[in-house]
Write a protein that binds this ligand. Structure first.
Ligand SMILES: Nc1nc2c(ncn2[C@@H]2O[C@H](COP(=O)(O)OP(=O)(O)OP(=O)(O)O)[C@@H](O)[C@H]2O)c(=O)[nH]1
Ligand SMILES: [Mg+2]
Length: 316
């Protein structure tokens, strides 16, 4: 039940002032696919696209949260206001799996210029593809100049997250998640920057060599950018300044090459499509009467019509 002070215009105006509670409430609307969401997104449109969106992905335990925390510290030193979105693509509830991340991020917990939210995306209509950009818009409205989207790499999500970011960082580590596994996960095509983390462990230089050679043999989406492969020890902050510098170089490349506009238009296309499909799904699922999904499926089972004719009637 929303109190008057929680009306969409109120939430948006307080989020614009950077109020963490309003930011959290708006991201909850996204997570729940709330009926208030269209109004909230309309109000947030004008500040959309302001932040540089950095995606960070990699297999479980590779050091994503540790790296995120170190990157946030580096961006804060540079005076930037930072948003962090920890997306769990496999869980229908937020909390749980991401609790540990909140603890690891605790060094930033009291910083008013760091907004950290976790979000579950399973069960969301449209999944990651619609939830993530909408949550990013909330953080942009709150003045974040860079938004870090951290996702654990399970199944398709690593490749999916790359479609949602301006710059995609792929993390690997010796042993857990080597170059061959990266190839299997399809991330050789999509990373803009590769980090071999846990470089204090044996084999990091080998993983880097292997990665470089495999990347050079891969057909990539942006041929004008040669992705750097950097070594990091995130737990000691080593190599993190180099990562920040490489992200800056990539951002400059995106701007001067026109790739930023191309990526963002492609993203908007996919987002509109995903939203439209989710609206149709909901309408069909909730529909009643002769032309409803329920009625038509009974006719298909009875052999009185076929799926194509039924679909045509549904679309009418
Ligand atoms: N030796 C070493 N340990 C590290 C390094 N970076 C992170 N770790 C440790 O590795 C463990 C996992 O790090 P996280 O940052 O939680 O990894 P994650 O990828 O976020 O893990 P999930 O969220 O569970 O997928 C922690 O105990 C870290 O302290 C590193 O560079 N060297
Ligand atoms: Mg983590």
């Amino acid at each position: 039940v929303s109190r008057p002070s929680d009306s969409v215009p109120e939430l948006v105006s307080r989020a614009r002032e950077g109020d963490p509670r309003s930011v959290a409430r708006l991201i909850s609307l996204v997570e729940q696919g709330s009926p208030d969401l269209p109004a909230a997104m309309a109000a947030l449109a004008e500040t959309s696209g302001r932040a540089h969106v950095v995606g960070l992905t990699g297999p479980p335990g590779v050091g994503k949260s540790t790296t995120s925390s170190a990157l946030v510290a580096a961006w804060r030193r540079a005076g930037l206001r930072v948003g962090v979105l920890a997306v769990d693509p496999s869980s229908p509830f937020s909390g749980g799996a991401l609790l540990g991340d909140r603890v690891r991020m605790s060094e930033h917990a009291l910083d008013r210029d760091v907004l950290i939210r976790s979000m579950a995306a399973r069960g969301h209509l449209g999944g990651l593809a619609t939830a993530t950009p909408q949550a990013v818009r909330v953080l942009e409205a709150a003045g974040c100049e860079v938004v870090l989207v951290e996702t654990v790499g399970v199944g398709q999500s690593e490749v999916e997250i790359a479609g949602l970011a301006d710059t995609t960082l792929v993390l690997l580590a010796p042993g857990a998640g080597d170059a061959v596994q990266a190839a299997k996960a399809g991330v050789l095509e999509v990373g803009d920057l590769y980090l071999v983390n846990k470089a204090d462990h044996e084999g990091a230089a080998g993983v880097r060599r292997e990665l470089r050679s495999m990347i050079s043999m891969t057909e990539r989406r942006d041929r004008a950018w040669q992705p750097p492969v950097l070594l990091t020890v995130a737990s000691r902050g080593e190599g993190v300044e180099e990562v920040v510098a490489a992200v800056d170089r990539h951002r400059e490349h995106l701007r001067t090459s026109g790739e930023l506009g191309r990526r963002r238009r492609r993203r908007a296309t996919e987002e509109i499509e995903a939203v439209a499909i989710s609206v149709l799904r909901r309408r069909w699922r909730d529909g009643a009467g002769e032309q409803s999904l329920a009625a038509l499926s009974a006719l298909v089972v009875a052999g009185e019509t076929d799926p194509w004719s039924a679909a045509a009637r549904l679309l009418d």
